[in-house]
Design a protein around this ligand. Sequence first.
Ligand code: AMP
Ligand code: MG
Length: 342
Amino acid sequence: MRLLNASWIFLKLKIDLRNPETQFALEVVRAGSSLARRVCSETSIRSLTKSDNSPVTLADLGIQAVAGALLEQYFPQGMLVAEESTDVLKSFEGPADLEKLENYVKAFFPQATSQAICDWIDRGKAVPGPSFWTLDPIDGTRGFLRGGQYVTALALIREGKLEMAALGCPNLKTPEALGRHLGLLVLAVRGKGCWGTALEGGDRWIPFKVSHCKDITQARILESMEPGHRDVEKGKCIRKIMGIIPEPLPLDSQAKHVVLAMGKAEVFYRTLSQKHPERREKIWDVAPGALAIEEAGGRVTDLDGKAIDYGCGVTLSNSPGFVATNGLLHEAVLKTLSEVAG
Ligand code: AMP
Ligand code: MG
């Protein structure tokens, strides 16, 4: 009976798991999540602050190295546009940290040398071309350090269009239908839907669909956990205008996009920061989660309701802010955000 069930669900999966791009994407986020969990299990996690004031750990660097190595295996000519670089490595404290990093990577590539690890990390410095992968090895490093939500997020972009996304979410639970395991893996392919499985040992996949909520007053709004990443007063004002009853759901990282794609929330937006109105999103912070939402039936646009331009480089400079919804509530949210901005 169990076999019958599993094969029924497997047959329903529209994504070809034997496709090398799919295999690469799944291997990157599974390895990334496993490396992150290993680092989490250690007594203390050392972190440094980068020039943009965001934290980085050896887990961020280790995951990016493993992704670079896998890219070399699967697609030697493939391009990777990723968050980290070895520039930060010299700020970690000497040989002990470097040995740790080497050990993390050697769990996946036993032959790894320190030079190879640096080269793999810096494969992520590619300039976006017509076809490339974008990776945030740990999206939500602050959440990772706090024991909260974080995600290894990867997307494939071709000719400015999102083609594939994979998100490894070690601290999100799988839905009831998959048994409420800790650790969720999400895979989305353009035109083939958004699917979820257990991060470890998952061979059963279920389709993710956004919620059917049409009533704006019942909308569940996701927001950043980090106080510096959200504007509490503006948020209150926006909820008041729309008459929204539920309290907002604070969550780190693109776990927010995944929760929206699963139908457990309806709205997530990022308006321009009052302190830094010039700030724009990085491509790896938006692309993977956006495809998951779109393929689950939702909508993701900039604050003017226009499609996000993924073809303009590392920084989404043509797309100020963004709005992600279940689709049904999109226009209402856009209208309110423009009123508040006005
Ligand atoms: P979140 O998980 O929502 O806190 O956002 C995580 C990502 O968004 C990180 O990559 C942050 O660097 C970035 N981010 C979001 N809002 C801001 C902000 N106001 N200032 C700087 N970075 C931000
Ligand atoms: Mg990151």
